[in-house]
Design a protein around this ligand. Structure first.
Ligand SMILES: Cc1cc2nc3c(=O)[nH]c(=O)nc-3n(C[C@H](O)[C@H](O)[C@H](O)COP(=O)(O)OP(=O)(O)OC[C@H]3O[C@@H](n4cnc5c(N)ncnc54)[C@H](O)[C@@H]3O)c2cc1C
Length: 478
């Protein structure tokens, strides 16, 4: 019998697992995917919003504001890349100035620092801002994070502190008993006193399993363009247009690796598994962001992708507890920013059922990650001397070494797939999109996991890469 069973290892379930790992209880986290943080938490704008925007008094406002304050220390402790770059919300028409003032008033109510900038002041902050921009709202506390690394790090830290992680475990049925729950997956049955539903897009369907039908999720798709990294920064803040009833609008933001994200569109769809991108939408994204910036370097476009927001029918995050069943549902944007704060509330809800006593040996820190591309020559040479695998470059675009790939596999909640390695240490994120490094990553995964190369998957259990050997090679892993 587990004390707590968490459904979903995205950023919400991951943070809840990390927070619960402080206590002397038995916690398990299940996910239907073949890796942690593999769904919405891996396909978003990666912005830790400052919190001026959500309406005061909502769950979105409360948790965004507190989450944003918690992030810096958490990222330091977990060695996750995080930068407070600030954001500029740009007005391009006179009629928007009044709305800009309304945002200042909302920021004041939310107690978030902002400043109105005129055209010249905005241009000073961002030389490539378009002449269309006549004023902007500067929010200095807005930040960017590496969301892939974050999701891995929170679950790794939870597992380091005693939480059990099980992947490829899709919850199909939940039965309520007098003071515990029976949770069924295709292959296994679990029992737990408390269940936390952090199933993202499917949180409404999980709630229905225990007859809690209070909400409905409709996916809202956001498509993006990714630009390659530049030597000289193009834009250094997160740039938003004025928000509308469709959300925060098409933004442009640097990533923690100096790439640029341009997006996201906002279109309701019906299929929770539809991640397609469309030329017409991408064209709209380009024309929209062109109103905000000049000389958009589209030649550096290296890929497109989409993410699905878990938009609920209540307009706010759903955070509820009934008889030891906790719903953390409809966590659309700013869910990434809000996640550490939502996890603290989830712990309070767990404590309604369980006595939570802190462990003496809880460790909030994660073992440091060696990132060769961010090291100076002296530091690199020292590391390579200690461990020569850091001297063998696997990914030329992103300058990732074999040592980094090996480390990403050997950690708790480590990579078992090509995409898992990519999310943890970036081979395949560069201009060639894995063309050069993917075969080497497959070889290393096979060697480290003691598997045949034919058994290495790109992502899910059915995402085969190699079908057969084309010539006699003796040892399959030669
Ligand atoms: C386009 C876009 C842009 C965004 N930009 C931002 C931003 O810049 N800043 C911000 O703060 N937020 C942003 N968000 C929102 C943020 O990404 C989400 O709020 C957050 O990732 C939600 O996390 P989650 O853990 O609830 O969901 P998920 O990451 O989807 O995790 C849910 C997990 O549950 C698992 N699961 C589902 N059903 C089952 C089952 N039956 N059994 C077992 N496991 C199951 C899934 O496999 C998944 O891993 C954006 C979202 C999108 C789509």
């Amino acid at each position: 019998m587990y004390d707590v069973l968490i459904i979903g290892a995205g950023v919400i379930g991951g943070f809840v697992a990390k927070e619960l790992s402080r206590y002397n209880i038995k916690t398990i986290i299940l996910d239907k995917e073949n890796d942690v943080g593999n769904v919405t938490s891996a396909a978003n704008s990666a912005i830790i919003h400052s919190g001026y925007d959500p309406f005061p008094g909502t769950n979105k406002a409360k948790h965004n504001i507190r989450g944003s304050k918690l992030y810096e220390q958490i990222c330091q402790e977990l060695d996750v890349e995080f930068k407070r770059v600030g954001s500029l919300t740009c007005a391009t028409e006179e009629e928007q100035i009044e709305a800009l003032h309304a945002l200042v008033a909302r920021a004041k109510e939310n107690n978030v620092e902002v400043k109105l900038l005129n055209k010249e002041e905005t241009k000073k902050q961002e030389p490539f801002i378009s002449d269309n921009v006549i004023a902007s709202l500067y929010a200095p506390t807005a930040a960017i994070v590496n969301p892939f690394e974050l999701c891995v790090a929170i679950v790794e830290n939870a597992v380091d502190n005693g939480v059990t992680l099980k992947l490829n475990e899709e919850v199909t049925k939940i039965t309520k008993k007098k003071d515990y729950y029976i949770v069924k997956t295709k292959d296994n049955t679990y029992e737990a006193k408390v269940v936390v539903n952090a199933a993202g897009l499917y949180s409404d369907e999980i709630a229905k399993m225990v007859n809690l039908n209070s909400f409905k999720i409709r996916p809202r798709k956001g498509e993006y363009i990714v630009l390659d990294h530049f030597e000289e920064p193009y834009v250094s803040h997160v740039l938003f247009p004025m928000p509308s009833n469709k959300g925060k609008g098409i933004m442009m933001a640097p990533t923690t690796h100096n790439n640029y994200l341009v997006g996201a569109s906002s279109d309701f769809i019906d299929d929770k598994g539809d991640y397609s991108t469309h030329k017409e939408t991408i064209d709209e994204i380009i024309s929209s962001v062109n109103r905000m910036v000049s000389h958009l370097p589209l030649k550096r476009n290296i890929r497109q992708f989409s993410g699905l927001r878990s938009t609920g029918n209540t307009g706010d995050f759903i955070i509820e507890e009934k008889d030891g069943f906790i719903i953390l549902g409809a966590i659309e944007s700013p869910g990434l920013a809000a996640a550490p704060s939502i996890a603290l509330e989830a712990v309070e809800l767990v404590s309604k059922t369980l006595d939570l006593n802190e462990k003496e040996n809880y460790n909030p820190k994660r073992r440091k990650v060696n990132r060769l591309s961010k090291m100076g020559m002296e530091e690199r040479n020292k590391l390579i001397k200690e461990n020569p695998s850091y001297g063998r470059i696997i990914c030329r675009c992103e300058q990732i070494s074999e040592g980094e790939v090996i480390d990403s596999i050997r950690r708790n909640a480590g990579a078992t797939t090509v995409k898992g390695v990519k999310k943890r240490c970036r081979p395949g994120f560069g201009l060639c999109q894995g063309g050069f490094c993917e075969p080497r990553v497959i070889e290393i995964l096979a060697r480290e996991l003691n598997k045949d190369m034919l058994d290495i998957r790109y992502d899910g259990l059915k995402s085969y890469i190699l079908k057969t050997y084309s010539k006699e090679s003796g040892d399959a892993n030669d």
